[in-house]
Design a protein around this ligand. Structure first.
Ligand code: HEC
Length: 164
């Protein structure tokens, strides 16, 4: 009786591991179709989402007064949170094979940092913590800068620099 149970268990275990292994075979990958280059991903996804996060908090100083800005209601906080989540997924787009080939391993490290820090920003927005959002937003900006320092072409850097 006991032996039968063990045999049954082994059978069950094998069918689970076998089934699991099958699912992970490369040919079951969906047919990804990366269509944008890195510059396009920056322009259409990373940059707009990042600036939604960066601009959401901070201090505006004029001669007359100092104004602290932060999202004002649930909707505005949610917009920042979802932008930060989108930015985190943007980090995955940057790690696609066709976009990394000659750049690893720094490229991978920085893409992962972008994901992690964007998730911190999303968490700060979720908990409506403006002070934390300002700090982690700065950390996100630091990743943008370090990657650009290494990989951005000089012409692109100049063009980008003067826009801000
Ligand atoms: C893993 C590396 C990497 C990270 C992280 C990264 N970038 Fe970039 N980005 C690049 C590269 C490389 C280019 C230059 C593409 C080219 O000119 O060939 C670029 C270009 C840009 C451009 C110029 C696009 C154009 O052609 O006009 C903007 C804007 C930009 N990045 C914004 C950002 C912002 C904002 C962040 C952070 C939230 C960020 N990037 C994070 C690699 C990165």
């Amino acid at each position: 009786m006991n032996t039968l149970r063990v045999v049954l268990l082994i059978g069950l275990f094998m069918s689970i591991t076998f089934g699991y292994g099958q699912q992970r075979l490369p040919q079951s990958q969906p047919p990804f179709n990366p269509v944008a280059g890195v510059d396009e991903i920056m322009k259409s996804i990373v940059d707009p989402l990042a600036w939604t996060v960066f601009r959401s908090v901070g201090t505006i100083m004029t001669e007359q007064r100092i104004e602290e800005i932060a999202p004002k209601n649930d909707g505005e906080w949610e917009a920042v949170r979802s932008a930060a989540m989108g930015l985190a997924e943007g980090g995955n787009l940057l790690m696609f094979e066709s976009r990394t080939s000659d750049k690893e391993p720094d490229w991978i490290t920085m893409s992962q940092q972008l994901i992690r820090r964007s998730l911190d920003a999303a968490e700060a927005a979720k908990t409506k913590d403006a002070e934390k959002l300002l700090i982690v937003g700065g950390d996100v900006y630091e990743v943008c800068e370090s990657c650009h320092l290494l990989y951005m072409k000089f012409e692109t850097w100049q063009r980008w620099r003067w826009k801000r």
